[in-house]
Write a protein that binds this ligand. Structure first.
Ligand SMILES: [Zn+2]
Length: 441
């Protein structure tokens, strides 16, 4: 039972990553209270509008406890009464909903060709969504950090200007990010050991809300898990298709991050031994043969094999690459879609190959973590009609379980906002998990 568990927020207060302790020590009262507040808040978020009696009936908490918990959540401005009542057998019941007005969570995506920022309120309404072109590769980290912090500052100012409190900021980066918010390695950005969290906190002047840096695919998976059509599915993967390819894996309802948070690097599974060189320096990685950058290079005259992996992890390797080649893939992808629709044989063959490699990689996921659904995101979304047939066939051939263990391939509906939306979702998930804000003054 929820009420008997203590709940702690893990390393560095990373939001939403909860561990439950069911040891022999009795949970102390404040833990139980915080846990029960979170139980009520989650119930209202997913079932609103609802009455106090509904909450009591569904959570198993007694009515007096529910009344007290709801009063506290209203006082903290997390819930509000709608003023509407529902008459049941003659007795009016006041309906309760999540209060969207006082708080906002901000998510920001750093990718090779764009920055995206999204703010969401507690009720799930999007307050802002901005996208900026970004010279991710080729710009030195200080210049990139200046662009990132400028966008973050603008979003914070907008939210504050609307009279809302910022609950937190989560930044998603296409790379390996450690628990301190240091981007250890981002081959497609040419970054190594960039102390992004520290820089953003300093640039925002110690903002008084949490700032977290995470892998981009992990945040996209959080967005799917909170807002997507498969929200709440306990075993779900978001496969982020950009220049790089990353997997955000939700397993048994929790993000699978691994020991140092470096899990999910599906883009560097070798699917073609002896294949083209990857940005990571190895050969035949998924992203080197089926990443959207690789597809675009292959189909837009980039026949020079040395063009593959031009964006080397070591800074010196990038000098030979044309950084513009990594910039704004959107028009290139639109062109591929047009050519595919026109039946261009080279494009159709390349999509079929890429789909087959994707299916291979998904079969590895299927064999290891048995996802219920793998959702293609990023630039894979517009390309999905041509990728999916080969991907489905390869998945079914390679997965050992019958019917690929029930694994479905789906297409994200969150579009290019998935990672940024997931940043906001991760902040809001931490509220759901019991990290409740204090009453705003
Ligand atoms: Zn690689």
């Amino acid at each position: 039972m929820w009420g008997m568990m203590g709940i702690t927020i893990n390393q560095n207060g990373n939001p939403g990553l909860i561990t439950t302790h069911m040891g022999h020590q009795p949970a102390d009262f404040t833990d139980v209270r915080a846990t029960n507040l979170a139980v009520v808040l989650r119930f209202v978020r997913t079932n609103a509008p609802c009455s106090r009696a509904d909450i009591a009936a569904s959570t198993g908490l007694n009515k007096a406890t529910v009344s007290s918990l709801v009063a506290e959540l209203i006082d903290r401005r997390l819930l509000r009464e709608t003023g509407l009542t529902e008459h049941r057998i003659g007795r009016p019941a006041t309906m309760i909903v999540v209060d969207g007005a006082p708080y906002a969570a901000i998510g920001l995506e750093v990718n090779t060709d764009h920055l995206t920022v999204v703010a969401m309120d507690l009720a799930g309404d999007r307050l802002l969504s901005w996208r900026r072109a970004f010279t991710g590769l080729g710009a030195p980290p200080p210049k990139a950090i200046a662009a990132i912090t400028a966008l973050a500052r603008r979003a914070v100012a907008r939210v504050h200007g609307e009279g809302r409190h910022v609950l937190g900021l989560a930044i998603g980066v296409a790379g390996l990010v450690d628990a301190d918010g240091v981007v250890r390695l981002a081959p497609n950005l040419g970054w190594r050991d960039v102390t992004l969290r520290e820089a953003v906190v300093a640039a925002l002047d110690e903002p008084g809300f949490s700032v977290v840096v995470e892998n981009d695919a992990n945040l996209a998976a959080r967005a799917e898990h909170r807002y997507g059509p498969y929200a709440g599915v306990a075993n779900l993967v978001h496969l982020n298709g950009h220049v790089g390819v990353g997997a955000g894996i939700v397993s048994d309802g929790r993000l699978l991050r691994g020991g140092l948070g470096f899990g999910g690097e599906i883009g560097h599974i070798q699917v073609e031994p002896g294949g083209p060189v990857c940005a990571c320096g190895r050969r035949g990685c998924l992203e080197a043969v089926a990443g959207v950058g690789a597809l675009v290079r292959r189909l837009t005259g980039g026949t020079d094999p040395s063009a593959n992996g031009g964006a080397g992890a070591a800074g010196a390797d990038t000098t030979g690459a044309d950084p513009a080649a990594a910039l704004d893939l959107e028009p290139e992808v639109e062109d591929l879609v047009r050519r595919a629709q026109a039946g261009d044989a080279a494009v159709l063959a390349a999509m079929n190959d890429a789909g087959r490699h994707l299916g291979h990689a998904v079969s590895v996921l299927s064999n290891l973590v048995n996802p219920e659904v793998v959702i293609l995101g990023g630039y894979y979304v517009p390309l999905a009609p041509w990728l999916l047939p080969a991907a489905e066939a390869e998945l079914r051939t390679r997965a050992v379980a019958p019917d690929a263990g029930g694994c479905r391939l789906a297409v994200s509906t969150l579009g290019h906002n998935a990672t940024a939306t997931g940043g906001a979702a991760s902040v809001l998930d931490s509220v759901d998990a019991g990290q409740l804000p204090l009453r705003p003054s």
